[in-house]
Design a binder for this molecule. Structure first.
Ligand code: GLN
Length: 194
């Protein structure tokens, strides 16, 4: 299995390392021609407006949309924004996943925090069901899930922080920054069953 990480901007290196730690062949992706050999793609955290602008400059918008219609994509944080249909402001989006996101939803004062989440979906890769320690950095929120998109995890007040829809996955936190590899393994399962 080959998994690419979109390497236009953001913390793509950490995702490549996380994938290699679990034995996956991982590559950095910057050009349309690099998508063809991949079974799945991760879009990392960073700055979604910058990722969008660079995707236009590198003529990646349509190739990424075409890839996403067939293959699995996982967006983390800025990547989740870029994957969404609606960020409630004008910026380039892939407009694949039926979620509405609110950028920088946690404000400046608390723009970074860590919290333990209950993520029942991860029991498919690790039956222990232990809490998932999530790192939020200037994170968006998933305001609503539409169509057949579904929430995978919420904060204790019910606000959605992870969602999936078919072969697409969105997390507003950063699984590549901790040693807990369950989300990366969960994404591999999505690729295998796609
Ligand atoms: N605040 C960034 C954005 O709106 C996302 C931050 C992140 O990816 N850690 O794009």
């Amino acid at each position: 299995m080959k998994v690419g990480v979109l390497a236009l901007q953001g913390d793509f290196v950490e995702h490549v390392h996380a994938l290699r730690r679990i034995g996956v062949e991982a590559s950095e992706v910057r050009l349309p021609g690099q998508l063809g050999v991949l079974d799945g793609l991760i879009i990392p955290g960073g700055e979604s407006t910058t990722i969008g602008k660079l995707a236009i400059d590198y003529e990646m918008m349509e190739p990424l949309r075409a890839f996403g219609r067939e293959k699995a994509i996982w967006g983390t944080c800025a990547g989740a924004i870029f994957l969404s249909k609606d960020a409630r402001r004008k910026q380039p989006l892939l407009e694949l996943m039926d979620i509405t996101v609110e950028r920088n939803a946690f404000g400046r004062q608390v723009d970074s925090f860590e919290v333990d989440l209950n993520v029942p979906a991860l029991e498919s890769v690790d039956p222990s069901g232990s809490p998932y320690h999530a790192v939020f950095i200037r994170a968006p929120l998933i305001e609503t899930v539409q169509e057949d998109a579904q929430s995978l995890a919420t904060l204790s007040d019910g606000r959605i922080v992870a969602a999936s829809q078919g072969h697409w996955l969105a997390t507003v936190f950063h699984p590549e920054l901790t040693s807990d590899d369950r989300f990366h393994r969960y994404f591999l399962e999505m690729i295998r069953t796609n």
